[in-house]
Design a protein around this ligand. Structure first.
Ligand code: MN
Length: 442
């Protein structure tokens, strides 16, 4: 992970809001997104978030001063094709980031012309950053796996494969939506674990609707069917990260999950944040990948010197809740928990390499979910299932309400950022959804 002038923490932008305290979109971030004027039916455009603005890359294309070598990528961006750019070789993606950093940096000769190419984020609506072709969800949060395992299997919380295999399942791409899309409470089959074995399950609205605090990695370049990706090549095949809320119906899950794993408890909606934070932007926040003493080291195909030295990433993750009553009273969202992606048991490179190790072909735009990221301490659970101990200990909210699981009208927001003390913030923006009542049953 080499650093260049685009990572220089002293570098500022002529877009003043990029320097505002707590701003997710500093000059050191430069995430990709797809946007259009809110309420319009214009084609989606590619933009880069900077401060509270978006640099419109279609409008910016004719501006003089872009490096000639990047013409093919700039043309593709101007045509709204982000996939063409994230599929480009790593060196090209790095050069593009540098060119955009230079263009937005204080003193840029392009400033006067580019100032007219900014769109206020408040005036834009966002799409998914790219088409998600395929979606796999992993399970790298060992604290989540242990706590949830205890709830489902008190005697056997962490199954023996956990420390050897990056556990995952194939999710569903069709129901992935962008932040801001409402989430309808699902209907489904449930039967309490305490019910007699001959009792029929019920069918109706999910009573234990939950969220999962996850990151999602977007694949930059795939691999041909039958051709694994060595771990030494895996990092360069990742474009970047988004926030992922893997909404989960816990009562449906408990009844359906054996023997084949999650199905209807997970595929009724998954929410992504709209801004793709690139792996290049996260380079300064890489940290060593380590295993606790006594735990097995990864098998050789999941091990490399680079992965050990800097395979993990220091990203603070947060969950915020605003209930309908809080919204009516004009109260801001309250933070339910905070954790850090550096505590994940597997790295992104290990996930990609393991996924392709049997020859499974990944493609540009594939989404690899990290699984729920819970911290080691009590109160750091990345889901309500953990925070409420399976519903047994409801959370007290400011204003007197309590929650074991989500209620209709709740707005759940994930946030994340990487930041060193006093340095610029590389943030993800919001990954948000409001729960709508279940459909009426006949
Ligand atoms: Mn999940």
């Amino acid at each position: 992970m080499s650093l260049d002038k685009s990572h220089n923490a002293q570098r500022t932008s002529w877009v003043a809001s990029a320097q505002a305290a707590g701003c997710d979109f500093s000059l050191q971030n430069l995430p990709w997104g797809r946007f259009r004027r809110a309420g319009s039916t214009e084609p989606w455009r590619i933009g880069v978030a900077i401060g509270d603005q978006i640099l419109d890359l279609a409008a910016a294309r004719p501006v003089a001063g872009w490096p000639a070598a990047l013409a093919p990528q700039l043309d593709a961006l101007a045509q709204g094709d982000l996939a063409a750019v994230i599929a480009a070789p790593k060196a090209t993606r790095v050069a593009l980031r540098l060119a955009i950093s230079d263009a937005l940096a204080t003193g840029s000769p392009q400033q006067a012309a580019l100032a007219g190419c900014l769109v206020a984020q408040a005036a834009a609506e966002m799409a998914l950053p790219c088409t998600i072709r395929d979606y796999t969800d992993f399970y790298t949060g060992i604290h989540h796996a242990t706590t949830v395992g205890k709830l489902f299997r008190p005697d056997n919380p962490l199954l023996p494969n956990y420390k050897w295999v990056p556990i995952g399942y194939h999710g569903r791409a069709s129901s992935i939506v962008v932040s801001g899309t409402p989430l309808r409470r699902p209907l489904g089959q449930t039967r309490a674990p305490t019910s007699p074995a001959d009792e029929a399950p019920a069918f109706g609205p999910c009573q234990r609707l939950d969220y999962e605090l996850e990151l999602g990695a977007i694949v930059a370049q795939g691999n041909a069917l039958g051709e694994p990706v060595p771990i030494t090549a895996a990092e360069d095949r990742l474009a970047g990260l988004v926030l992922l809320n893997d909404w989960s119906a816990r009562d449906l899950q408990a009844w359906e999950y054996q023997p084949l794993g999650p199905f209807l408890a997970k595929n009724f909606g998954s929410t992504l944040s709209p801004w793709l934070v690139t792996m290049e932007a996260l380079a300064p926040y890489r940290v060593p990948f380590t295993r606790p003493a006594g735990d097995p080291q990864p098998l050789p195909y999941l091990d490399s010197a680079a992965n050990r030295a800097a395979g993990a990433i220091d990203i603070t993750l947060e969950v915020w809740l605003q209930t309908a009553a809080m919204r009516q009273r004009g109260e801001a969202a309250t933070r339910l928990s905070s954790s850090n992606f550096r505590d994940a048991y597997w790295t992104l490179a290990q996930l990609l390499t393991h996924h392709a190790s049997n020859g499974c072909n990944l493609a540009t735009g594939d989404l690899l979910g990290t699984g729920t990221q819970s911290g080691p301490e009590a109160g750091q659970g990345g889901s309500l299932l953990e925070l409420s101990m399976g519903g047994k200990q409801p959370l007290a909210l400011p204003g007197g309400e309590t929650r074991s699981f989500l209620a209709d009208g709740d707005t759940l927001t994930l946030r994340a950022f990487a930041q060193q003390a006093g340095g610029p913030r590389v943030g993800f923006g919001a990954c948000s959804g409001t729960v709508l009542p279940a459909p009426l049953t006949a």
